[in-house]
Design a protein around this ligand. Structure first.
Ligand code: GDP
Length: 366
């Protein structure tokens, strides 16, 4: 078969993988001006859908961003900051300014301190070597924070192009679709919006006469929990409405299981509350530390679920990390799953997470 290219974004046409750039159903191959499914949907339904790429493919493809002059909008998921921050971003974007957008704010309980959350996002970006100009918190589905963000994008971009980058599943498409609606109105289809592509896998969306928004493929991050689990399990761990914190009064020698995907052992310290921020559908199971191993070995995938069978095929083993919490209240963070707030007072805990998805600790948001 001769090599075909999408007339919209320039990606090489393929008919095998829906999630990769250039996918077109076999039945559309005969058309004259061939479009990949993503460009087709944008042209006819005014809607962006995500495609995925690995970090390395992305890196080799996006030197164009480094060479142009634009504003980078890096969308991350506030429930999976470690899994959604792109460490290679500075290499990808060169000297272009970056603003960080924490999405899915609607899922956080009202009690969460937004100022602390923003501070933490700044520090996480810095730790990962990403220099950011500003940070914003939004909800793409509910529209919270979108107006301020759009205004600030306008101010920061100084008539330059805007590149939207993010790992898969952070809500990049939902975000862009909202931007499109906000700018073009619901009824106006952006048929003129589509440019014969020069940049592989990039989609250009003119928002008005002056501004072009560029959607880039979602980057696959191997550290993401989402990477290891099956679609139904991903649904079970992803919160779909505001999280209700679940509080457990624990004595030393007790353990909490989060499904069978993570575990927190209270090793030493005074009786205290463990406040758990996870999807309301994720079952939390309390047991004695001395029974924890046995429970895990015998009831993983049953009492301790998710994981379901499909996930079990690829889920790495749980590995422990020890933490001692001195005076200040801390959050033990299980990337992609949620976190547990602990008063501390000299407590020792051991957190178990699938190998490759490392647990971290931060000052509490509450
Ligand atoms: P993409 O892969 O980055 O393009 O992500 P999508 O836009 O497809 O979104 C991934 C999932 O996150 C979908 O189930 C969305 O409904 C959900 N999502 C996206 N934005 C938000 C948000 O602001 N709040 C909530 N609760 N869910 C969101």
């Amino acid at each position: 078969m001769e090599t075909l290219y999408c007339q919209g974004c320039g990606a090489e046409i393929q008919t095998t993988d829906k999630n990769q750039p250039g996918y077109t159903p076999q039945s559309s191959l005969e058309k004259e001006d061939i479009l990949c499914q993503r460009c087709f949907r944008l042209k006819h339904y005014n809607e962006i859908q995500d495609v995925a790429m690995t970090d390395n493919d992305f890196l080799s493809m996006v030197s164009t961003i480094r060479e142009t002059d634009g504003l980078i909008v890096h969308v991350i998921d506030i429930f999976d900051v470690d899994g959604s921050l792109i460490n290679s971003l500075p290499r990808i974007v060169g000297d272009n300014p970056i603003i960080l957008v924490g999405n899915k704010m609607d899922l956080l309980p009202k009690s969460v301190n937004k100022r602390k959350l923003m501070q933490w996002l700044r520090s996480q970006a810095k730790e990962n070597g990403i220099r950011i100009k500003d940070v914003f918190l939004i909800s793409s589905t509910k529209g919270h924070g979108m107006e301020e963000l759009t205004n600030q994008i306008e101010a920061y971009r100084q008539n330059k192009d805007v590149y939207i980058v993010g790992t898969t599943n952070v809500g990049k498409s939902t975000f862009i679709n909202r931007l499109i609606k906000q700018s073009t109105g619901y009824s106006e289809v952006i048929t003129t919006s589509y440019f014969p592509g020069t940049t592989l896998g990039f989609i250009k969306i003119p928002l008005d006469d002056h501004s072009t928004l560029i959607d880039t493929p979602g980057i696959v991050n191997k550290q993401q929990m989402a990477h290891y689990i099956s679609p139904p399990d991903l649904k079970a761990i992803s919160p779909n409405k505001e999280i209700k914190p679940r509080v457990y009064q624990l004595n030393a020698g007790q353990t909490l299981f989060f499904g069978g995907l993570a575990r927190l052992d209270f090793i030493k310290g005074a009786r205290q509350s463990f406040v758990c921020y996870f999807s309301n559908q994720l079952p939390i199971h309390r047991t004695k530390l001395e029974n924890a191993e046995h429970l895990y070995e015998n009831h993983l995938g049953e009492l301790l679920s998710p994981p379901n069978e499909k996930t079990l095929e690829k889920l790495p083993n749980l590995t422990p990390s020890d933490f001692r919490i001195s005076a200040d209240k801390k959050d033990i963070v299980f990337p992609g799953l949620g976190w547990v707030s602990i008063q501390g007072n000299g407590a020792s805990v051991t957190a178990h997470s699938p190998k490759g998805v490392s647990v971290s600790i931060r000052n509490s948001f509450n």
